[in-house]
Design a protein around this ligand. Structure first.
Ligand SMILES: Cc1cc2nc3c(=O)[nH]c(=O)nc-3n(C[C@H](O)[C@H](O)[C@H](O)COP(=O)(O)OP(=O)(O)OC[C@H]3O[C@@H](n4cnc5c(N)ncnc54)[C@H](O)[C@@H]3O)c2cc1C
Length: 511
């Protein structure tokens, strides 16, 4: 690679025996590669001996080049690369690709040095460890590797994903980026937003999302403190997996309608559980099921261990099987009464207790995923040539981008306003004052995601429907953005909740 050439020297290599070209000031010898080129031989011959930079970026992602570094035979004399190659942890230089607080020249009242340290450490971790595995698992559909789980556990990531609280005290968090006792909802927001940059929606849930929604029920409602600690240790260390099993074929939005029964044995020591659960994230591979059941006078929640009478089978959805989405059958499963979480017949409080955090986390993630789509569209419309012009030169394309940017920035600002309230309100007050706004925020961003996914595919054309190459992130998003509009409370149900909660504050007098 230390060899340098002039453009005239490269120009001579345009024959059957020697085929060279230039991309971004680097000289590539593709003589022996022409037969292997996925796009065929002729397109390479068309640029033989020439500068192929514009042609290359009209079709390819920059990362394609890194696969073919061994074809590079030198650089152009006196010229330097213009294309920026990001390193793990780097911020994007594309406008609106980062939230404003990470954009030079902008200020924010919400983030301090510990937030910035955490963001940096989490981005390096995601780029280095999560993204490569996430992309692999999206392809092969396998569950997350134990190696990655162990790595996440060792840096306190599993703890952090449950949000602020005592469970973080004394835990080393990403090499000391933040102390457990100073971890707040803005740190939590950063974890949620940085994590989704792996661009793999199925794996994102496969990355132990079941634990994030299931374990709080144990932490807040398990009475036996010794057992509680043992289960938390098993789950936080990544040795055991957990899911939240509420939904059934008969009961989704209408949680109260569930039909799985738990009947006490005559000696009062056990429940016998019978029924089914549908679409349970991580259920295929988990060890503990936090399960909604019908007891004699209402709903209750039990922690059920995988064992006799428990069966799980995968459900094929439009995202990757890496999520471990399961259909579960409980057939005369014997569960000790000590496994009851909270009070018998008052399980609805256990179920509702974590809804706000779950929905808020989903809003954080969806906003960040939408931002990535904006970045993809800005990059593509800047480099794609159609009718002899870059797409960005078309006013129609700029209008689409303007709408997408505005949707992302408006939702991020609303998210930060709500997050600030969460940081300054005890949890009980949050349930009273923020359940509605969080529901509306989640609805707002999933509606925005619908618009953004649609416009992004139009900007990418055929590539937006293709699972490899330039459009693969847009294709993934367009295929999966609906998950966030249904899971954790659907758009209609959350919209209704938001307005009903607001109406409680409505003055009685006619206005
Ligand atoms: C991939 C995947 C993973 C999931 N993971 C889990 C999990 O880990 N644990 C778990 O317990 N559940 C999980 N779920 C279930 C999910 O929470 C439910 O699908 C969701 O709550 C909606 O329930 P439903 O599908 O039965 O739709 P339904 O309740 O049948 O509703 C159908 C449609 O009607 C609308 N609707 C319902 N009621 C009203 C109303 N009052 N007014 C207006 N419109 C209404 C809804 O918005 C929805 O669009 C998962 C689902 C999927 C697809």
């Amino acid at each position: 690679m230390s060899q340098t050439y002039t453009r005239a020297e490269v120009g001579k290599h345009n024959t059957e025996d020697s085929l060279w070209f230039i991309i971004d000031s680097k000289v590539y010898d593709v003589t022996d590669f022409v037969d292997a080129h996925p796009g065929g031989e002729s397109v390479l011959r068309q640029v033989g001996g020439q500068d192929a930079t514009v042609a290359f970026y009209n079709l390819h992602r920059h990362e394609v080049l890194s696969k073919y570094e061994d074809l590079c035979v030198g650089t152009l004399e006196g010229e330097a690369p213009q294309v920026v190659t990001p390193k793990p942890g780097d911020l994007s230089l594309v406008p609106y690709a980062e939230p404003l607080w990470l954009t030079p020249a902008y200020k924010s009242p919400y983030y301090n040095d510990s937030h910035r340290r955490l963001q940096k450490a989490m981005r390096v971790f995601t780029d280095t460890y999560i993204t490569p595995e996430a992309q692999q698992r999206e392809l092969d559909g396998k569950k997350i590797s134990q190696e990655l789980v162990d790595r996440m556990s060792a840096v306190g990531m599993l703890h952090m994903r449950l949000g602020p609280g005592k469970h973080l005290h004394g835990v080393e968090l990403l090499g000391g980026a933040v102390r457990g006792d100073e971890f707040d909802y803005f740190h939590d927001l950063i974890m949620a937003q940085e994590g989704v940059r792996a661009n793999a929606r199925g794996f994102q849930d496969g990355q132990l999302a079941g634990m994030v929604i299931g374990l709080p029920c144990v932490m807040n409602y398990m009475k036996d403190q010794k057992r509680k600690k043992a289960i938390m240790d098993e789950v936080f260390s990544g040795k055991k997996y957990m899911c939240l099993a509420i939904t059934e074929a008969f009961a989704g939005s209408d949680v109260a309608g569930l039909r799985t029964t738990a009947t006490k044995t005559p000696d009062g020591k056990h429940y016998i559980v019978n029924g089914t659960k549908k679409w349970i994230t991580n259920g295929v591979f988990c060890d503990y099921f936090i399960t909604g059941v019908k007891t004699d006078k209402g709903l209750s929640v039990l922690i059920i261990e995988r064992g006799e009478g428990v069966e799980t089978k995968p459900i094929k959805t439009s995202y990757s099987p890496a999520a471990g989405t399961a259909y579960i059958t409980f057939d005369n499963v014997k569960v000790p009464v000590e496994n009851l979480l909270g009070e018998e017949n008052k399980g609805i409080y256990v179920i509702l207790s974590n809804f706000n955090h779950e929905r808020w986390t989903m809003a954080c993630a969806t906003i960040r995923q939408c931002r990535t789509i904006v970045e993809e569209c800005l990059k593509w419309s800047h480099q794609r040539l159609v009718f002899g012009k870059r797409l960005i030169e078309q006013p129609v394309i700029r209008q689409k981008l303007a709408k997408m940017i505005a949707l992302v920035e408006a939702n991020q600002s609303w998210l930060e306003t709500i997050t600030y309230q969460m940081c300054n309100m005890p949890y009980k007050q949050q349930a009273q004052h923020l359940g509605g706004p969080i529901g509306l925020l989640k609805m707002s961003i999933t509606r925005a995601a619908h618009e953004i996914a649609d416009e992004a595919v139009q900007i990418f054309g055929g590539r937006g429907l293709t699972q490899s190459g330039m459009g693969r992130v847009v294709e993934m998003f367009h295929r999966t953005y609906k998950f966030d509009a249904i899971l954790g409370g659907s758009e209609e149900v959350l919209a209704d909740l938001g307005v009903r909660q607001a109406m409680r504050q409505m003055p009685n007098a006619k206005l």
